[in-house]
Design a protein around this ligand. Structure first.
Ligand code: UDP
Length: 326
């Protein structure tokens, strides 16, 4: 039985990761700052413990790292609305919180898996991106780039600690979605569209909707994340985690309407209308998944239609007030 510490363990990805380790028979301590809704169903399990505190608290981290066999560092400030509204918080938590985790892990010699992001590649036009692809970011006056900068700084810290002997693995996630994502109407495009879909309102496609993402179903991402912590040979590696099925945002909106039924249409809006001037979109985002396949022996197998159908069903059940048109 492994004792796994998951920072951000009551968040979207963290709660699914906790479930996966519990299902393997391992024990999980989730360190998280706030809302318990995503792990409420786990609280009764004897091998699960939620510690309500922050990665900004080094004493807590020190104690929890001492008791863990393996540390997943998922805690961070994520979501475009945060990059634009509160860049200080993004930089502070994502950089200093990561340092705190690495310091505690180093002191106790614990292996770390760090949750980074496909956002670090920025708007490099040469897709698909291998893990060694260049990072192409806009200016620091565009707040959007603070997230990529903070996560890449976290990666540099990981690799610096690795030189000092700490076993680390860095995972770059590509638009992971599924049940328990964000609240309706906030966070990422799928939950924004979801709120609009459930109310029968138009889905707000930014720009012409030709920008693409590779939407990765959470179960596929979690399977790879577990493997990254338990397969010894991936220590020291940086690995893209995602599907390479590329979907224009316009197609995402159409598919959600097809699957969800109802009266929603598409409404094309300028990006400034949603995020203001301090935002810049990424035109295409596609991973090269060779390394994930070769090192972890895994591929993302859930199609977008299948994953979206499950996600829509989950949000419908979780929002009983929303009109049902299935
Ligand atoms: N997007 C959109 N309508 C919205 C919110 C987002 O068309 O109401 C687009 C956004 O411009 C981007 C894509 O959806 O191209 C994904 O946005 P998200 O905020 O989920 O994350 P990103 O992948 O940009 O980090």
């Amino acid at each position: 039985m492994l004792k796994v510490l998951v920072t951000g363990g009551a968040g979207f990805l963290g709660s699914h990761l906790a479930e996966a380790f519990l299902a393997r028979g391992d024990a999980v301590v989730a360190l998280d700052t706030g809302a318990q809704a995503k792990v409420r169903h786990l609280l009764h399990q004897p091998r699960f413990r939620l510690v309500v505190d922050s990665v900004m608290n080094p004493e807590i981290l020190d104690g929890l790292a001492a008791q863990a066999d393996l540390i997943y560092h998922l805690a961070g400030v994520v979501g475009v609305e945060h990059y634009v509204a509160d860049p200080y918080q993004v930089l502070n938590v994502n950089i200093n919180g990561t340092q705190n985790v690495l310091r505690a892990a180093f002191k106790h010699g614990r292996r770390v898996v760090f949750a980074s992001t496909s956002e670090v590649y920025g708007r490099n036009p040469s897709v698909p991106w291998t893990e060694d692809a260049d990072r192409v970011l806009g200016p620091s006056t565009i707040d959007r780039w603070c997230y990529a900068t903070s996560k890449a700084t976290g990666e540099h810290f990981c690799l610096a600690y690795r030189r000092l002997g700490l076993p680390v693995t860095i995972l770059r996630y590509f638009n992971v979605y599924g049940p328990r994502l964000d609240r309706l109407d906030v966070g990422r495009v799928i939950t924004i569209f979801m709120g609009q879909l459930l109310r029968g309102e138009p889905l707000t496609v930014i720009g012409d909707g030709h920008q693409t993402r590779c939407f990765t179903y959470v179960a596929d991402a979690v399977q790879a994340t577990v493997a990254a912590g338990v397969v010894a040979s991936v220590e020291g590696q940086v690995i893209n985690i995602g599907t390479d099925e590329e979907t224009p945002v316009r197609r995402l909106a159409e598919l959600m309407i097809e699957l969800g039924g109802g009266t929603s249409t598409l409404r094309f809006v300028p990006q400034e209308a949603v995020y203001g001037e301090s935002y810049e979109d990424v035109p295409r985002r596609v991973p090269d998944v060779t390394r994930m396949q070769q090192l972890l022996g895994l591929r993302a197998t859930t199609s977008l239609a299948e994953g979206l159908a499950r996600t829509i069903a989950w949000f419908r059940a979780a929002e009983p007030g929303a009109p049902s048109r299935a």
